[in-house]
Write a protein that binds this ligand. Structure first.
Ligand code: SF4
Length: 350
């Protein structure tokens, strides 16, 4: 990723963010427990940066992304978003706490934060033409009408590599990759600062994935976008992000620069994820680490370190004491008691 567009200003600060779902049981629907889908996570994203959120299915990454966007109401914690100044200078404006924002304020914030969903087949209304889909936000927010609206939709289609001549077609007339380009154009219509991309290429063929990733990368450089990029696939994360947060059972277990994660992992779970990556080089041999058992239920997580039943380095302390999320080196955060003493296998040497 080109770091030229990055600044030192945080666009987003997430503090102790929680999303719990109550579990009801019995005739009186009494609350008998909580599923901690997002369990006190902390992260920040700089303006112009691309932060990856990675983990197995069910780890809470999608819920985290939607709670950060305010699409799901948080149970606790804060998400401060640095608004853009309304004037033409476009400097930083007011910081808004999304978890406490009113519905009216959230509506105006939508112009600055957008999401791209995983499935380009279900995320586009099949009854709307492409211009209606892409230009809907422009109408709803009163940004453009008439000729301006048509020009802006044409411009957006060109921006994502589609022909403006196809603006009266319906979604079913496009391939999966083209549909995801339409979804990207829709997300960019209101000139957002932040784009949350939730598994944006996982439903696409591998050959198409690279094209869409290149497009997202080009658009970031061109428009100075900030990405929260959610994926289960570390190869994709490596390609497009500057830093990565690894999630396990609703918690962030590691957060660091993308290069550091791949060359010097600090958490045993990250080590296992890296060992599963296929490297097309016969001389590059790393030992695959098979984790014991399945991901435990978030309704009844293990005591101590949530990862201890599957960790090959566990000690007694790990069964009883929950490790803190702490900075072990500048900018490198790990949730593990033994991080400094373990010598974990990287994917490659730095
Ligand atoms: Fe493994 Fe213990 Fe570290 Fe948890 S705290 S990841 S069980 S070594």
């Amino acid at each position: 990723m080109d770091k030229k567009t990055q600044t030192n200003t945080n666009l987003l600060d997430v503090t102790d963010l929680q999303k719990y779902y109550p579990v009801h049981k019995g005739v009186f629907r009494s609350v008998v427990g909580q599923v901690k889908a997002v369990d006190s996570i902390n992260l920040s994203i700089k303006k112009g940066e691309s932060l990856g959120l990675v983990g197995e299915s069910g780890c809470g990454k999608t819920t985290a992304g939607r709670t950060i966007m305010g699409l799901i109401k948080a149970t606790g914690g804060d998400v401060h978003f640095q608004r853009r100044k309304a004037d033409a200078a476009g400097g930083p404006g007011e910081a808004i706490n999304i978890t406490k924002a009113s519905p009216d304020l959230m509506k105006t914030l939508r112009t600055e934060m957008q999401i791209i969903f995983q499935d380009p087949y279900s995320s586009l209304n099949p009854r709307m033409t492409i211009d209606e889909i892409i230009g809907e936000g422009l109408r709803v927010h009163g940004v453009a009408r008439g000729r301006d609206w048509v020009d802006r939709v044409r411009e957006l289609l060109e921006l994502v590599g589609l022909s403006p001549d196809h603006m009266k077609r319906f979604p079913h007339q496009f391939s999966g990759g083209q549909r995801q380009r339409i979804a990207i154009a829709r997300a960019l219509a209101l000139r957002p600062q932040l784009v949350v991309a939730d598994e944006p290429v996982s439903a696409l063929d591998v050959s198409i994935q690279a094209q869409v990733l290149n497009l997202l990368q080009d658009l970031q450089e061109q428009l100075g976008l900030t990405y929260l990029f959610i994926s289960h696939d570390l190869s994709v994360i490596k390609y497009i992000t500057d830093r990565v947060a690894v999630m396990y059972l609703g918690k962030i277990v590691e957060l660091t620069d993308t290069d550091a994660l791949f060359s010097k992992p600090g958490h045993p779970y990250t080590e296992a994820l890296l060992s599963a990556i296929q490297v097309p080089d016969p001389d590059h041999r790393i030992q695959q680490i098979l984790l014991d058992g399945d991901v435990p239920s978030p309704l009844n997580p293990p005591t101590g370190c949530y990862f201890h039943p599957r960790c090959r380095y566990r000690q007694d302390q790990c069964r009883n004491e929950q490790p803190a999320y702490r900075e072990v080196e500048a900018g490198h955060f790990v949730t593990c008691h033994l991080s400094e003493t373990l010598s974990l296998q990287p994917l490659y040497q730095s």
